[in-house]
Design a protein around this ligand. Sequence first.
Ligand code: SF4
Ligand code: SF4
Length: 71
Amino acid sequence: MGVRHIDKKKCLRCGLCVTICPQDVLRRDDKKYPVITYLQDCQSCFLCEKYCPAQAITVSADRERRPVLPW
Ligand code: SF4
Ligand code: SF4
């Protein structure tokens, strides 16, 4: 299932989740809100949920795979 929900009422439109996603799952709409665009590519790595400053993203662990980070 992967990234499940983005709460627009909480979202600050900072774009961090879009930038941080290693699978390029999220895009921004014309109002700068993140949109789940390529859900099939989500690996449930939780980076977007973890780093969202507003706790606006919910990820489910159904397909959990920890990201391979370059640092
Ligand atoms: S990181 Fe959180 S607050 Fe920022 S755009 Fe994404 S959902 Fe919104
Ligand atoms: S859980 Fe990971 S792969 Fe899925 S949208 Fe969030 S950052 Fe991207």
